[in-house]
Design a protein around this ligand. Structure first.
Ligand SMILES: [Zn+2]
Length: 127
């Protein structure tokens, strides 16, 4: 090692000791020199703690949960009861016509309609 290299290493050791003493760090603490300014230090911490990967994983999980919620909401919001031009009410899912909205409501509680709603919801989920 050159004389200049030895001097530089000694200066770094002294600087490290001074900084550690100033911030109250001891032998259990690591002092990492990393370029200029706080941004460089924060970037090193982000890299070492893999914060970026953690944030991306959490973001992906949130996106997935949001997608599931959107699909649920979408299927709940679908109204299968449509009034036709004659004033009757069609179940657009079962393709049955009812004279009144009340009759449709009764129909909507039948097992066959409920099963078709479940089948429809399953068909919406594409992943
Ligand atoms: Zn129906």
């Amino acid at each position: 090692m050159s004389r200049t290299g030895k001097q530089t290493n000694q200066a770094r050791r002294e600087a490290r000791a001074i900084i550690k003493r100033c911030v109250g760090a001891d032998e259990d603490d690591a002092l990492v020199f990393c370029g200029n300014g706080a941004t460089a230090g924060i970037n090193v911490i982000i890299c070492k703690l893999q914060i970026k990967q953690i944030v991306e994983t959490v973001q992906r999980r949130n996106d997935c949960q949001q997608k599931e919620l959107d699909e649920e909401r979408k299927s709940e919001d679908i109204n299968f009861c449509k009034q036709n031009r004659f004033g009757s009410f069609d179940c657009t899912l079962c393709r049955v016509i009812f004279a009144s909205k009340n009759a449709f409501e009764v129909h909507s509680q039948t097992p066959i309609h409920k099963q078709r709603v479940e089948d429809f919801k399953k068909s919406l989920i594409t992943y």
